[in-house]
Design a binder for this molecule. Structure first.
Ligand code: AMP
Length: 429
């Protein structure tokens, strides 16, 4: 299968060629012809599958084929949950559209709005945006969505997790009802299905890969350690393995900062990336990591979501996520584009219940080992973190009970049912 056989015009084939893509990815094979037909699409696709080109290429072709207004009203809107993803998607729009007469821009919060407003006033065809800044500028009458022909919701599940449902509904109310809708989501929860029903018109369902499966080439390991030894173990793994590019996940921003500082003290260059960092700091950290000036990027789930960092050899879960699907997203950062990768999880006694949840989702057992010199005692941490993690906050009173039960070193399921795993626990990440 070639890009040409999918019906793309020469300008787009040339752009794809410049990117060095030779064959379409499975999601591209499926979505491109359907989107070119003008159909609505509901696609299950994670980052790394090539989904961005899957919607951007046909979107650009459709815009190019229809008559342009001299004033260039916004005709396509791509909504993303995070600033990083918005910036990345826009980079793709620019790359793929470089041989077409199509103007695009990206807007997100955390940076000065004035240049964004100026660019939009000059006329643009494609707008990539995060929901908050988009509504801000719309309120200020700096932009209008009254001429939107194509709407893309990228990583829709994450937008809902981040509490953007109301914003999305408001944004949709500002657009013409006749339009093409493309919804991309890594997972299909009940909420996503409900959102899709409300937005999409007879959508074609597209699945890039079975839901909730991990990349086959990712070698997954867990190490049982005490919480207090996790930093030392991390330093040991990175230094002794001589790892050059490592993405580490923590559950909270506070822990991301602390771990990054400790790594730097141990002589391992590192930067933390999370929601409290300014856009400038995030961009700088990401650029440093991509160019390998920084060996380690410590990130929270939300900050890491959608980052385009190809071919990462090592991912460490310094702490396991309390939402099993997040584990799948995290380890999806390694073993991409056919390369093999390693995902290591450091599991303390309080996290055994998370391993169980993850194994259930994956339908397989994760291998478990112990690192010599860091054998787990099963005792809870001596250094109580200043900021409690979300799980303990949400467990409302079960935390102490669970801790004392687990201090015997036994895995306990007490109070660990899915009811305690609040999906909306993104504050603090
Ligand atoms: P995405 O899932 O859209 O974030 O894309 C993941 C990565 O795959 C990006 O770095 C793209 O540049 C790259 N990519 C997209 N389509 C192709 C393709 N057909 N062949 C090779 N690489 C691709």
């Amino acid at each position: 299968m070639s890009f040409k056989s999918l019906g793309l015009i020469p300008e787009l084939l040339k752009a794809v060629n410049v990117q060095g893509y030779t064959t379409p990815s499975p999601i591209q094979e499926k979505t491109i012809p359907i989107i070119l037909e003008g159909r609505d699409v509901l696609a299950s696709a994670q980052t790394g599958t090539g989904k961005t080109a899957g919607f951007t290429l046909p979107l650009l072709q459709t815009l190019d084929a229809t008559r342009k207004d001299r004033h260039r009203p916004i005709r396509a809107l791509i909504l993303t949950p995070t600033r990083e993803l918005a910036a990345q998607v826009h980079d793709n729009v620019r790359d793929y559209g470089k041989f077409l007469d199509i103007r695009s821009t990206v807007i997100f919060g955390g940076v000065n709005a004035k240049p964004q407003i100026r660019t939009i006033r000059g006329g643009i065809d494609v707008l990539v945006a995060t929901p908050g800044r988009l509504l801000d500028l719309e309120n200020q009458k700096a932009l209008s969505l009254g001429r939107v022909e194509i709407l893309v919701l990228d990583e829709a599940d994450r937008m809902l997790d981040m509490g953007f449902l109301r914003d999305i509904k408001k944004i949709i109310s500002l657009m013409p009802t006749r339009r093409q809708n493309l919804l991309f989501s890594a997972t299909f929860s009940k909420d996503i299905k409900k959102l899709a029903e409300g937005i999409l018109n007879k959508p074609v369902l597209v699945e890039a890969e079975p839901e909730n499966t991990t990349a086959e080439k990712v070698n997954q390991k867990t190490y049982r350690v005490d919480k207090d030894n996790k930093i030392e173990v991390t330093v040991k793994l990175i230094s002794e393995g001589n790892w050059k590019q490592v993405l580490i996940f923590t559950r909270t921003k506070h822990r991301a900062n602390r771990l990054s500082e400790k790594l730097v003290k141990a002589g391992i260059s590192s930067a933390a990336i999370h929601g409290n960092k300014s856009q400038g700091a995030r961009t700088k950290a990401l650029a440093g990591f991509k160019s390998q000036k920084i060996r380690v990027l410590v990130a929270t789930d939300i900050a890491a979501r959608g980052l385009d960092i190809p071919l990462l050899p090592h991912v460490i879960n310094f702490e396991l996520p309390n939402i099993p699907e997040d584990y799948v997203h995290r380890i999806g950062r390694t073993g991409r584009a056919g390369a093999s990768g390693e995902a290591i999880s450091l599991v303390d006694v309080d996290e055994i219940e998370y391993v169980e949840g993850i194994e259930k989702l994956l339908g397989e057992k994760l291998s478990s080992a112990i690192i010599e010199g860091f054998e787990p005692t099963g005792k809870p941490s001596q250094n109580k973190p200043k900021q409690q993690n979300n799980r303990k906050k949400n467990a409302s009173g079960h935390g102490g009970q669970r801790r004392s039960q687990n201090s015997s070193g036994q895995a306990s399921k007490q109070g660990s049912g899915s009811g305690n795993r609040n999906r909306n626990t993104n504050r603090g990440r």
